[in-house]
Design a protein around this ligand. Structure first.
Ligand code: UFG
Length: 342
């Protein structure tokens, strides 16, 4: 079976994807600098799959280290490039760090792939490239225009999409799949891997689970005066295991060489928008936990509402995100209980 290089493979989406790849019989090499994850994730993956993925602790910007990886594993047939910094707020404070990490990592990976004749890459992009789509583009499909990024983080996603597109234009052998994620949530059903936010979480779900666990006194809901049915923002929350499975489909497609275009783009979402308040109330209902919350002012830079039209991914990849949100929220809570020893 083919070997897949997964950069950022001990991270949140990366680790779940590694599990799915291994369960489909792929050999996996992970490269991660552990800047926002830890080695124990490898134990979780091993315990779930019964096999330990090969792991190289290295930064994707390190040309020598990346050269070494491709030399050690000449059977690598595709790369899934997750490795990146991902905190929107931090990227506003430290833009150079974000441009360096996210852009140089991709460049180094691509140059090394080229030297070793590896022609297939799946890239972690984000629905952030669409900004706030106008009404005609909701739910948003892949033909919706990209809009000026609201943060350096978002800009690195656009720049990296452009780098990949230009590289494919110049090198007709290169095959690229850009996956634009909506809002990934939840954890593996075993609760052996999940999301491990550093410090105070920025994202909604980890904040909800930490509040339910008593680590945070109160969830703040950022705004109830948006132009939405209950006034809170709407997102397309997708189960991380469903998202992970889409990566396996993308890799299968690259290796089967069935893509009709050199660069393909897929929106990965459920097709259903849920409000912040719907998420919080459903979480309380399915877990029976108390989550104290208060409505506060809007968070700067928040998009009012965005959710996916995933029809293209459904049709072309033969994939669908269909895990019920109740199960997804329970998986997030089970993971929080696991890491807190509750
Ligand atoms: N929210 C709260 N309280 C919190 C945290 C979040 O009310 O404590 C709200 C936000 O205001 C927003 C919704 O929950 O309305 C979702 O917020 P997240 O931070 O979880 O997710 P975002 O949609 O803002 O951001 C996500 C990713 C980013 C990415 C962006 C667009 O985290 O990396 O989607 O793709 F850039």
């Amino acid at each position: 079976m083919a070997r897949i290089l997964v950069t950022g493979g001990t991270g949140y989406i990366g680790s779940h994807t590694v599990v799915c790849l291994m369960e489909q019989g792929y050999d996996v090499t992970i490269v991660d600098n552990l800047s926002n994850s830890n080695r124990e994730v490898l134990d979780g993956i091993t315990s779930i799959t019964g096999h330990r993925p090969d792991f190289v602790e290295a930064d994707c910007q390190d040309r020598t280290a990346m050269e070494q990886v491709f030399t050690t594993y000449p059977d690598i047939q595709a790369v899934i490039h997750f490795a990146a910094s991902k905190a929107v707020g931090e990227s506003v404070e430290k833009p150079l760090l974000y441009y360096r990490n996210n852009v140089l990592s991709l460049l180094t990976v691509l140059e090394t792939m080229q030297r070793h004749g590896v022609n297939n890459i799946v890239f972690s992009s984000s629905c952030t490239v669409y900004g706030q789509p106008d009404e005609a583009h909701l739910p948003v499909d892949e033909t919706a225009p990209r809009q000026q990024a609201l943060s350096p983080y978002g800009n690195t996603k656009q720049i990296n999409e452009d780098i990949l597109t230009d590289a494919a234009h110049a090198d007709k052998a290169l095959r690229v799949i850009l996956l634009r994620y909506f809002n990934p949530i939840g954890a593996h059903p075993s609760a052996k891997i999940g999301e491990l936010p550093n410090g105070v979480p920025n994202n909604l779900l980890p904040f909800v689970t930490q509040t339910a666990a008593g680590l945070r006194p109160m969830l703040r809901v950022f705004g109830d005066d948006y132009n939405t049915p209950d006034g809170s923002c709407i997102r397309d929350y997708i189960y991380v295991m469903d998202l992970a499975k889409a990566h396996v489909k993308a890799v299968d497609r690259l290796l089967a060489a069935t893509a009709s275009e050199q660069v393909e783009v897929f929106n990965l979402g459920t097709g259903r928008g849920l409000s912040v308040l719907e998420i919080v109330r459903t979480f309380i209902e399915v877990t029976g936990q108390n989550v104290p919350y208060e409505i506060v002012g809007r968070r700067e830079g928040d998009i009012e509402q965005v959710w996916a039209n995933p029809a293209k991914a459904n049709r072309v990849l033969g994939w669908k995100a269909d895990t019920p949100v109740a199960d997804v929220l329970l998986s997030a809570w089970n993971w929080e209980k696991h890491i807190r020893g509750i």
